[in-house]
Design a protein around this ligand. Structure first.
Ligand SMILES: [Zn+2]
Ligand SMILES: [Zn+2]
Length: 360
């Protein structure tokens, strides 16, 4: 181990090799994501996967130590990866400039040692919770308010999850088709670097402890800088929480997200219908005239070629009619995704292999 970590080795119980061997996924590369990623990289966590679809705006720069003025307009994950490599050239950083559902496969989440949620909407948190629970992945969620925030470690595979802390009405947002909701339209709230640094440092501290099998707080940390307190609120598993179903046995197939629907079909049993986790567009139709067209892909805003009115997407989660030549990635299927597959009344799970571009 290089002398970079000589001071770590003086800490009783510190295990640098465990950190070097660890894989951590960070979802959300805003203010909190910046803080946590910096702590993990400098601590020597060997592999990081950063996922965030957004580009850097000037208003991010007051809270994000990984971004510079010259990064405005670039993807957050790309700028963050470059900065992290400067903090510690020995780590591997993978980036996905996509939303969670399209950016990180369930196989990757399952094989990560820890997932860090630095998201800013309830919907996005519920999506991440559902995906972590499907493969029983430990995760830490954080959120800030102007003078503090909350850190919620969900480190027990059968313990409470983020959804358990919500009322059924609050959870029901996840029942609305996700594509109908624009998560960006949520109102901006005040945020400043003292809070994100405080909350992010707590998240980074718990993450590093967890990766080295040290004691971690169990319960939600409520951080209030105006009182100078961090208190723990117990978390309870809600027996009504619907987010705890998990995937049991998975069949690995010789198909990657860079392969085509044709190849996927050739690897699945004859009667199997593969499903996507989020609806994909199968056709478009004009909201005004009679124009319609088969058009597979991710739903996109577009206008009618005949009358310029907005087009409406028809969507599906079933891939049995998708065109042979279509790449899975172009339908928003991430590397190492686990696809649910319906065979009559039964379900089976098929896991995509690594693709060259998606290896982590
Ligand atoms: Zn739950
Ligand atoms: Zn039209």
């Amino acid at each position: 181990m290089s002398s970079r970590f000589a001071r770590h080795e003086l800490i009783p119980g510190w295990n640098q090799q465990q950190l070097a061997d660890a894989r951590v996924i960070i979802v959300g590369m805003g203010a909190l994501g910046n803080e946590v990623a910096r702590i993990l990289a400098m601590s020597g966590v060997g592999r990081l996967l950063l996922c965030d679809p957004d580009r850097i705006e000037e208003s991010n720069l007051s809270r994000t130590l990984l971004f510079r003025q010259s990064d405005i307009g670039n993807f957050k994950v790309e700028a963050a990866a470059a900065a992290l490599k400067e903090f510690n050239p020995d780590i591997r950083v993978k980036t996905r400039s996509l939303s969670l559902i399209h950016g990180v496969g369930l196989g990757e989440i399952r094989d990560a040692n820890l997932v860090i949620s630095c998201l800013d909407s309830r919907l996005a948190r519920l999506q991440l919770t559902g995906r972590c629970n499907l493969v029983k992945a430990p995760y830490i969620d954080g959120g800030t308010h102007p003078w503090g925030g909350e850190v919620r470690p969900y480190l027990e595979p059968d313990g409470a999850c983020y959804g358990c802390s919500l009322t059924p009405e609050e959870r029901s947002i996840a029942d609305i088709p996700w594509s109908c909701l624009d998560t960006r339209s949520e109102q901006s709230v005040g945020a400043a670097v003292p809070s994100s640094a405080l909350v992010g440092t707590w998240m980074g501290t718990i993450a590093v402890s967890f990766l080295m099998h040290q004691n971690c707080p169990s319960g939600t940390l409520k951080i209030d800088s105006s009182r100078g307190t961090t208190v723990i609120i117990p978390q309870f598993r809600d027996s009504e929480c619907p987010l705890h179903s998990s995937i049991d046995s998975v069949t690995k197939i010789d198909v990657s997200s860079q392969d085509t629907i044709k190849k996927l079909r050739s690897q699945l049993p004859q009667s199997a219908v593969a499903l996507t986790w989020e609806p994909v567009q199968s056709s478009v139709e004009c909201t005004n005239c009679h124009f319609q067209e088969i058009r597979w892909g991710l739903p996109a805003v577009d206008s009618c070629p005949l009358c310029q009115s907005p087009l409406r997407s028809r969507t599906t989660v079933e891939l049995d009619n998708a065109p042979d030549c279509m790449k899975l990635a172009d339908l928003g299927i991430p590397p190492r995704e686990i696809l649910a597959t319906r065979m009559g009344n039964d379900w089976e799970w098929f896991e995509l292999k690594n693709s060259e571009q998606g290896d982590w």
